[in-house]
Write a protein that binds this ligand. Structure first.
Ligand code: ACO
Length: 323
């Protein structure tokens, strides 16, 4: 018998304010047509001033707990993937813990930018497999609107705010690829690529900073590294592209999503796409897409899913799970 980290519930939260591409036409030298054709993005949600990362994360967490039929005190741990926590410290995860009214267990943040949710899933899986936790709430939540340079048309049109969450629970499996739950993970980073995507400020440089990106360079790394990590985690299981029911990719750019699917030999009818409605919500994008795909009726029990993401660092990785 093998312990597996099985998905028990999923949920998401999006701020009320929806901003269409046309909004940016009034601010910058850009167009709806450019944004759509280069990125696939049509609109995104932006948080209100008092709508912080931990607040959005708490809404998503409650939705995932409801879906799982669980209470906050049923959890052993919370892992929150974010690069835009409310405060330098405490962690946004402990703020969610308090907002949920959860008095036991432990909570911490993970920062791997857009790859954050994949990193958080892999760490939650490790906690469950090692017996340190039985139920883990894994959240991705971001307010990237707070680190945009609104004069930089090459970045500010691409990002959005939101949160998504999954509840994972330890269950016995047979040790085969037919088991439900997380089956394989693959994490990577290479700090030599720091200059391709970073925020030019932080605590020890005494500023908040803005997101800076060499988009076309990130693009080239993205397709190659996302396809490679998906291959690696599938190969650990002796599985291939034909076995996949759904790819749930990080939602940064439709052309990266299409290019990666093509490289993997998978049709777009097996790819969950939400980038048109959410923009790039960094660590929130995969749990948001999982939750939306569930609500759309795309993901069903027993489906084999590959999630993959890349972001600043560069950091990238993938998780194969059976829903
Ligand atoms: N409107 C109009 N023109 C624009 C805009 C805009 N909003 N932004 C840039 N341009 C211009 C550029 O100035 C450039 O003009 P020039 O040729 O006169 O110099 C031209 O469009 C082409 O620019 P490129 O950057 O080469 O355009 P590209 O086709 O590569 O698309 C994009 C840009 C959408 C950023 C793309 O490269 C991309 O999506 N990259 C990956 C981003 C990503 O995946 N990030 C993921 C990680 S995010 C994270 O970790 C936080």
């Amino acid at each position: 018998m093998t312990v597996r980290a099985v998905v028990k519930g999923v949920g998401h939260y999006l701020p009320e304010r929806v901003v269409e591409n046309s909004y940016f036409e009034k601010l910058l030298d850009t167009s709806d047509e450019w944004i759509r054709s280069r990125s696939g993005i049509e609109r995104r949600h932006f948080a209100a001033t008092d709508e912080t990362t931990s607040k959005m994360a708490t809404f998503a967490a409650r939705a995932a707990l409801d879906d799982a039929g669980l209470q906050p005190d049923d959890l052993d741990a919370i892992i929150l993937a974010t690069s835009t926590a409310d405060f330098t410290f405490p962690s946004a995860a402990t703020m969610v813990q308090a907002q949920l009214g959860m008095t036991g267990g432990f909570a911490f943040d993970i920062q791997a930018v857009c790859a954050g949710f994949v990193y958080a899933l892999a760490n939650a899986n490790a906690l469950i497999l090692s017996g340190q936790a039985k139920r883990v709430l894994v959240i991705g939540a971001e307010t990237f609107s707070s680190i945009m340079d609104w004069t930089d048309r090459s970045t500010c049109v691409l990002f959005g705010d939101g949160a998504g969450a999954l509840v994972l629970e330890a269950q016995q499996g047979q040790g085969t690829t037919d088991d439900t739950g997380i089956l394989a993970t693959d994490l990577n980073s290479d700090g030599r690529y720091r200059d391709l995507l970073y925020v030019d400020g932080g605590v020890s440089t005494k500023s908040t900073g803005h997101l800076r990106m060499q988009g076309n360079q990130v693009f080239r790394h993205a397709v190659e590294k996302l396809a490679s990590t998906a291959h690696t985690s599938l190969a650990k299981l002796g599985l291939g592209a034909d076995d996949i029911d759904w790819i749930v990719p990080h939602q940064a750019n439709i052309r990266i999503i299409q290019g990666t699917a093509r490289k993997l030999g998978i049709g777009m009818d097996k790819v969950v796409v939400t980038v048109q409605d959410h923009g790039n919500t960094s660590a929130a994008s995969i749990p948001l897409a999982l939750s939306v795909a569930r609500a759309r009726g795309q993901i069903k029990s027993g489906d084999l899913i590959v999630t993959e993401a890349i972001g600043g660092g560069l950091a990238w990785g993938s998780v194969v799970l059976r829903w």
